[in-house]
Design a protein around this ligand. Structure first.
Ligand SMILES: O=C(O)C[C@@H](O)[C@H](O)C(=O)CO
Length: 272
């Protein structure tokens, strides 16, 4: 059984609050990154106290309010489905704080975690603050919403990004990795992929492999799955007829995304 592919669960932790994914350093090979996906029925709340972790709360779908016990941010969230392809709202909450997310409508939130020790201010990251990028050409086209990029200093370790890959296209491609703490050439960042597909019965193929092939798994990721990338290259291929969405959480010793393309495949980028 794959160590890297996590299927969605239905863990109802209280009435109307269901933890669908929970990947952390206790149940995975990850040391820096954690991710939780939580479904909330209207009016229901999920609370957490952060000790030595920071958290970015992404209003994936539906409307929510978020409080960090000092400030309340109301009516966050911009979409019913991620495939509306609109950026959404998020809230960054630092270590040693607590937060409460309350659903205004049926909602799904992604909680992105990393270890953190320096207290920072809570920050509302509005949909309009997301940096939008169109990357790639030929069958390598994708749309990127940068929620928490390394150019935004509001977090200690966390990086969060949403990526849409068109039908029949590839992303995280040509294959790249960021598993060496060797700046300025490459940074060490663990990563998770939370996947959705449109239509939802779709699947994508994701390969995770290191240079020495000590990790080499090719997975069919389905709607709601999480793929864990402790190290290595991690390309995604999308079958014809289906669109792919994924949300990446990354963190490591230095908050810089400096990736290294696999040299054998780098020519892909240089086509006219
Ligand atoms: O294909 C893309 O541009 C998205 C990837 O870069 C993805 O966010 C990732 O692999 C980050 O390391």
């Amino acid at each position: 059984m794959s160590q890297l592919l996590r299927k969605p669960q239905q863990n109802e932790v209280s009435e109307g609050v269901t933890v669908v994914q929970d990947v952390n350093s206790e149940n995975s090979q990850l040391e820096y990154v954690g991710v939780k996906v939580v479904d909330l029925a209207p009016g229901r709340s999920y609370k957490e106290s952060l000790s030595n972790t920071e958290c970015c709360i992404v209003a994936l779908t539906g409307k929510i309010s978020v409080s960090d016990s000092e400030q309340v941010f109301e009516n966050l969230g911009t979409r019913e489905s991620v495939f509306e392809k609109k950026p959404t709202d998020s809230v960054y909450v630092s270590n040693d704080r607590s937060f409460e997310v309350t659903a205004v409508t049926q909602a799904r939130v992604v909680l992105c975690y990393s270890h953190s020790s320096k207290s920072l201010p809570t920050k509302l990251i509005k949909a309009d603050d997301n940096g939008i990028e169109n990357r790639g050409k030929y069958s390598n086209k994708r749309l990127v919403h940068n929620i928490l990029p390394d150019s935004d200093p509001c977090a200690n370790s966390l990086l969060v990004v949403e990526v849409y890959t068109e039908s029949g296209n590839w992303s995280s491609y040509p294959p790249h990795k960021h598993d060496q703490d060797n700046l300025p050439h490459e940074s060490f960042l663990e990563e998770t992929y939370y996947h959705e597909m449109n239509p939802r019965q779709g699947f994508v193929f994701q390969r995770v492999y290191t240079d020495d092939r000590s990790i080499d798994e090719t997975m069919a990721a389905e709607n709601g799955d999480v793929v864990v990338v402790p190290a290595g290259y991690h390309p995604v291929g999308v079958p014809d007829g289906y669109e792919s969405y994924y949300l990446n959480v990354m963190a490591g010793p230095t908050r810089t995304w400096k990736f290294h393309n696999e040299p054998a495949h780098e020519w892909i980028l240089n086509r006219k």
